[in-house]
Design a protein around this ligand. Structure first.
Ligand SMILES: Cc1ncc(COP(=O)(O)O)c(C=O)c1O
Length: 401
């Protein structure tokens, strides 16, 4: 039998068995690639046949610290032996440490946090807190925005094909064009509880917000008694070259949604709460797993790694380098390269799916963002040499069509 590692696309029986077992029992909601990933280290992944890949999927944003980071592995192992579960009816040492560390580095005023387990949960919390504290019901989001798939978060998300099968969604949600301050100004009214925005729209095609739009949205919210919810589920934890993308613009949101890389890859989310959000009543929200000591220990370790290894600065430097190199690729298929830090979108003049497959054959795993945008979300520990390999694979792929 030929060695599957040297046969393009060839897979061993053990590898095929993993795909077959998952396919037989999985929900069916994911468009899966026929590839079983079984190990990771830094910015590299390995499949079940030992083939190596450079990871530009980055756990869809959950792997900013790289795979199997020793500090995260040690923090998880140590805490697992101490205490894994501890609901928030009790206090806990790791949770206290994390709340102090997180609010110390958060944008100004965000002194409290509701801890949860995912990005959608962080958005759900933000929507509920905005309604509770303003006594208003309407939420304004942006066209092409993405905030998650639970019913509240989906009501704020834009993509019609995600929404339509589940309508009617929550009442009171509307969408205005992204980066259009005049449209926002016309829409915010006396019943607006909050405006929810991403600083760089990730799923919506890697589209950065304009500084004037963000500041204008913040000022309008303050003027008219609404709250500003910033969704940094994808842009947070160093991705854009700052610990939080808000820092690029000195934004001070009233509620900040975080998740993905917050706990070094373990499931965790948070809704950070500022003074304009007011006090929240007891029992108004909750989560069994939220703030569990295991995730808190991993998150504390992740924050320390971010700071000690200067990962946001590394993302800024390597992001600039990657942009320069991508913009120099002489391909008629590239419409635009855009993004911030190591959140990179290559808008193509062709469908992205065949490009993703061709890149995989060259040992690079990447993501789409819509039908024509190739999205790169590498772990922030990626090296310059690895970036060179990614650029060479993209250049070779785009000249092979
Ligand atoms: C900006 C943004 N908000 C919210 C979410 C939802 O996060 P989760 O998949 O953890 O529910 C995502 C996921 O991609 C996201 O990119």
């Amino acid at each position: 039998m030929p060695d599957p590692r040297t046969t393009p696309g060839g897979q061993s029986p053990a590898h095929t068995a993993i795909l077959e077992t998952e396919s037989a029992h999985t929900s069916g909601v994911y468009p899966k690639r026929p590839l079983a990933i079984v190990r990771g280290q830094g910015a590299r992944l390995w499949d079940a046949d030992g083939r190596e890949y450079i990871d530009c999927v980055g756990g869809q944003g959950a792997a900013n610290l790289g795979h199997a980071h020793p500090a995260i592995v040690a923090a998880i192992a140590e805490q697992a032996q101490q205490l894994i579960s501890c609901p928030e009816i009790f206090y806990n040492d790791r949770r206290a440490d994390l709340l102090a560390a997180l609010t110390a580095v958060a944008p100004a005023g965000l002194n409290r946090a509701f801890l949860c387990n995912s990005g959608a949960e962080a958005i759900e919390a933000a929507i509920k807190f905005a309604r509770l504290s303003t006594g208003r019901t309407q939420i304004i989001a942006a066209m092409r925005g993405f905030h998650g798939r639970t019913l509240g978060a989906l009501s704020a998300s834009w993509e019609p094909k995600y929404r339509q099968p589940f309508e009617p969604l929550l009442p009171g949600f509307s969408h205005t064009p992204f980066n259009d301050l005049a449209a926002l100004e016309q829409t915010i009214g006396p019943e607006t509880a909050a405006v929810v925005l991403e600083i760089v729209q990730g799923e919506g095609g890697v589209r950065p917000a304009d500084e004037a739009y963000l500041h204008g949205a913040q000022a309008l919210c303050r003027e008219r008694g609404a709250l500003l919810i910033v969704d940094e589920v994808q842009t947070g934890f160093g991705r854009t070259g700052k610990l939080f993308a808000c820092e690029h613009f000195g934004l001070e949101p009233d509620l900040l949604a975080l998740a993905k890389s917050m706990a070094g890859g373990l499931p965790m989310g948070a809704c950070l709460i500022g003074p304009r959000a007011g006090a929240l009543e007891r029992m108004s929200h909750g989560s069994t797993f939220g703030g569990n000591p295991l995730a808190c220990a991993a998150s504390l370790a992740a924050l320390r790694v971010m700071q000690n290894e200067r990962l946001p600065e590394h993302a800024a430097e390597l992001g600039d380098y990657l942009f320069d190199r991508l913009r120099a690729i002489p391909s008629p298929f590239i419409r635009e390269v855009r993004g911030l830090g190591l959140l990179v979108g290559i808008d193509l003049k062709m469908k992205v799916t065949p490009v993703l497959q061709a890149l995989q054959n060259r040992g690079v795993l990447a993501l789409p963002a819509g039908s024509t945008v190739l999205r790169l979300l590498p772990p922030l520990v990626i090296t310059r040499d690895e970036i060179d390999l990614v650029v060479e694979a993209i250049a070779a792929t785009l000249t092979s069509f």
